[in-house]
Design a protein around this ligand. Structure first.
Ligand code: ZN
Length: 341
């Protein structure tokens, strides 16, 4: 364990279904009688080594067949929270998709239809609460590939889930095919109901997608935002408006958003004084950790200890915690024995 592992951290962009610990999924595979594709835990790990985007979608869906009962969601949520605790991640805002799902135009029931979206959320919360050392807030993701009319129902259900720690609504799915503007009334409604909002933008599509997320959805946080590097006016806007960038460098490398880590704009964004945070996105698929993200930034982009501390504090400031909770968490971090290198 080096300093990057030990230092206290937060995550703002992490997908729960993309962060299931392997041994937890392995236990579920066993529970349901095994699967011919995977005869050992190592086979399972190999299956999730990211190859390309279609493979990513296939394996993402493949694993859903082992989430059959509410107790399975409780089980993975607890294992997930324990994995955060082991990495000294003290607070996380975590995306999840509770319902039927469609990817790239193919409508697919992710979870058995008899499972109710609200009860899936309850089951997840029950598991997360087993690990009091880590606080996890939930972000329900609206999927772009689903007709916005259909997602109205998902949003209506979300309204009753606030007491389960649902603090925000996100926008995921195929960014290149479905522009943010299609979802503007949904996002307006979500904010009227007191939800925070964020949207994936500037990952699989260019600056216009980020502009649209800002102007048509009114979000103050952008998932990734990597492609903003191609638009100086946009960079200026992000800076002036203190827009939080939930950046995920290793995810961008694995999915070929950047061809080389050295080409990732995170260092330039940080030097422009943009509101940069660092996150893992889908550690289960990309085999990364938050510590590794920071270690990589130190190695490839010369981030020093102080700058990494700044990135961690940005994560707290960019979160949707109440102001006093942010201040408390920052002072906890700064007084932690492992805060300094
Ligand atoms: Zn993401």
């Amino acid at each position: 364990m080096d300093w990057f592992d030990r230092v206290p951290k937060v995550e703002l962009h992490l997908h729960l279904e993309g962060a299931i610990p392997y041994d937890a999924l392995w236990a579920l595979v066993q529970k349901y009688g095994g699967h011919p594709d995977v005869s050992t835990l190592d086979d399972l790990k190999d299956k999730f080594v990211f190859r390309d985007f279609p493979h990513f979608i296939d394996t993402w869906l493949w694993k859903s067949q082992f989430l059959r009962e509410y107790e399975d969601f409780t089980f993975i949520a607890e294992a997930f929270a324990r994995s955060l605790e082991e990495q000294n991640i003290r607070y996380a805002e975590v995306h999840y998709v509770p319902g039927e799902h469609a990817i790239k135009g193919h409508s697919i029931a992710r979870y058995p239809k008899r499972l109710n979206e609200s009860r899936i959320t309850e089951a997840l919360r029950k598991g997360l609460d087993q690990v009091p050392g880590v606080k996890v807030a939930l972000i329900l993701d609206i999927c772009r590939d689903i007709d916005p009319e259909e997602s109205v129902d998902t949003l209506n259900q979300a309204r009753d889930l606030k007491e389960l720690g649902l603090v925000g609504i996100g926008l995921g799915g195929s960014e290149q095919s479905f522009p943010p503007a299609l979802f503007s009334s949904l996002f307006m409604q979500a904010r009227e109901w007191g939800f925070n909002t964020t949207a994936h933008a500037g990952e699989a599509a260019g600056p216009s997608s980020i502009w649209s997320a800002l102007n048509d959805l009114g979000v103050k946080r952008i998932g990734h935002g990597t492609q903003a590097i191609h638009d100086l006016e946009l960079i200026d806007f992000l800076w002036k408006n203190n827009i939080v960038l939930e950046m995920c460098p290793l995810s961008n490398l694995r999915t070929n958003v950047v061809s080389d880590l050295r080409l990732h704009p995170i260092r330039r964004f940080f030097d422009y004084d943009l509101f940069v945070t660092v996150n893992t996105d889908d550690p289960f698929m990309f085999n990364n950790t938050l510590a590794e993200e920071f270690r990589t930034l130190a190695e490839f982009h010369n981030f020093n200890t102080q700058e990494i501390q700044q990135l961690i504090l940005n994560g707290i400031d960019g979160s949707w915690l109440e102001l006093e909770d942010k201040e408390r968490l920052k002072s906890d971090f700064e007084s932690a024995p492992d805060w300094n290198d």
